[in-house]
Ligand binder design. Structure first.
Ligand code: BEZ
Length: 224
């Protein structure tokens, strides 16, 4: 079945975009990457999402994350749509967005990446591209995937939050608990023995007592 699973390497596709032709691996370089897909140009929910994504571009860049969007329709349509997106953001209606939008007119990439929404169809009965979020690490492997139907817009604050978690947990032996946000305490991963945890986390490891007597709820302040 086409699609991408956690740990899969990003396909090194070639595509036309609003920033010219790209090869995906070259585009990613050594950065983290986020690829987010859209059902169609000139649609209301997509316009609000891309407007928000453009406003958050500096936040993604600060985290060394390259952004790229995908929508069916042509580069020419995308460029024309960018003017609306900038106007929606209250800015000059130029064709410039801080990230490229891939043209996937024949949905070939959407099919290859498992992005179709079978419940939402265009006027010709073709399934629309769903709202997928793929986050790739610097090794070009898929670290996170979220799949929304075409009718539900994404929360880009949540996407930034998961980037913070992915980057922290990639480098430290911690996991982030429910509703965690950057700066909150984190959990020591279950596989790390207590003695090693004490050495690794000099700010302290705090265990919550539980009826089972098992000491698995181990917190530590977010490591630097
Ligand atoms: C939208 O972006 O507004 C949208 C696109 C496809 C289906 C429903 C909504």
């Amino acid at each position: 079945m086409p699609g991408l699973l956690l740990g899969d390497e990003a396909p090194n596709f070639e595509a036309d975009t609003t920033h010219g032709r790209i090869r995906f691996h070259d585009f990613l370089g050594d950065s983290w990457g986020i690829l987010f897909s859209h059902p169609r140009d000139f649609t209301p929910v997509c316009t609000t999402e891309l407007g928000r994504a453009a406003k958050l571009a500096a936040e993604f860049s600060k985290r060394n994350v390259k952004m790229i969007a995908l929508s069916i329709d042509s580069v020419q349509d995308h460029l024309s749509w960018c003017k609306d997106i900038n106007a929606y953001n209250g800015e000059q209606p130029t064709e410039k967005l801080p990230f490229p939008i891939i043209a996937d007119k024949n949905r070939e990439l959407a099919v290859q990446l498992g992005m179709l929404d079978p419940d939402e169809r265009d006027k010709d009965g073709m399934p629309l591209t769903a709202r997928v979020v793929f986050i790739f690490g610097p090794d070009k492997k898929l670290k996170l995937s979220i799949l929304y139907p075409a009718t539900t817009g994404r929360n880009f604050d949540e996407i930034l939050r998961v980037v913070d978690s992915l980057q922290l947990t990639a480098y430290k032996k911690v996991a982030t608990p429910v509703d965690w946000k950057a700066g909150d305490s984190v959990m020591v991963v279950p596989t790390l023995p207590d003695e090693e945890a004490k050495k690794l986390f000099p700010k302290g490891v705090f265990t919550k007592d539980l009826p089972s007597g098992k000491k698995y709820l181990r917190y530590t302040p977010q490591p630097e």
